[in-house]
Every structure is written in C-alpha cells, then in structure tokens.
Ligand binder design. Structure first.
Ligand code: ZN
Length: 99
C-alpha cells in the first residue's frame, strides 16, 4: 500500500482564494530561533499563483526543525566565552587613613 500523505498534490486548489492553484516553488524561508533570524534559501513551499498563500511542505518543516533543534544535532562550537571580569569591590580593601 502506498503511504497516505497529507500533502497537496501538483494541482491543489488554494483554500484561501479558491481561485488559484498551489504550485511547488522554492522560496527563502524565514524563521526565528533563539532570537536569531534564520534564513533558509531554496526551501520548498506550495505557493498559490493567485493570492500568494504559502503552504509549507510538512516533511520539509520537520527536516528544518530537526536541523535547527540544538538538542538534535551536535553542539555547535559557539564563540561564547565570557571570562569573569575581576571587579574591584569597593569598601573591602581600601587603606584607612583616619586621623
Ligand atoms: Zn490563493
């Protein structure tokens, strides 16, 4: 048996405008990850040729979430070294000149 996927085929009418057809295009996908804007070029998406509604491929989204998940892959070596700065503490070691 073939797998039943819940994906739009090559001739899926747009559910937004009911006039256009969703066509597979490769767009640049934008998503936010931890305060950073991630851009994914050549991302497959179904785009209505009339109203421009985008329907993303379910598998592509899963794949994207997998590679963007910091817990899924290897920990990336981020240059995040913040050595503790020696801060002078006021009032602890000042010479007492009381006369
Ligand atoms: Zn449409």
């Amino acid at each position: 048996m073939n797998e039943h996927e819940h994906m739009p085929s090559s001739s899926t009418p747009c559910i937004e405008c009911h006039a256009g057809l969703l066509v597979l295009r490769h767009i640049t996908y934008f998503t936010w990850l931890g305060g950073e804007l991630i851009t994914v070029p050549n991302f497959p998406a179904w785009v209505c040729d009339v109203c421009g509604r985008r329907v993303y491929d379910e598998k592509a989204i899963q794949w994207l979430n997998m590679i963007l998940d910091p817990n899924a892959g290897k920990p990336s070596t981020k240059p995040r070294r913040t050595p503790p700065l020696p801060r002078p503490r006021p009032g602890t070691h000042h010479p007492v000149s009381d006369s």
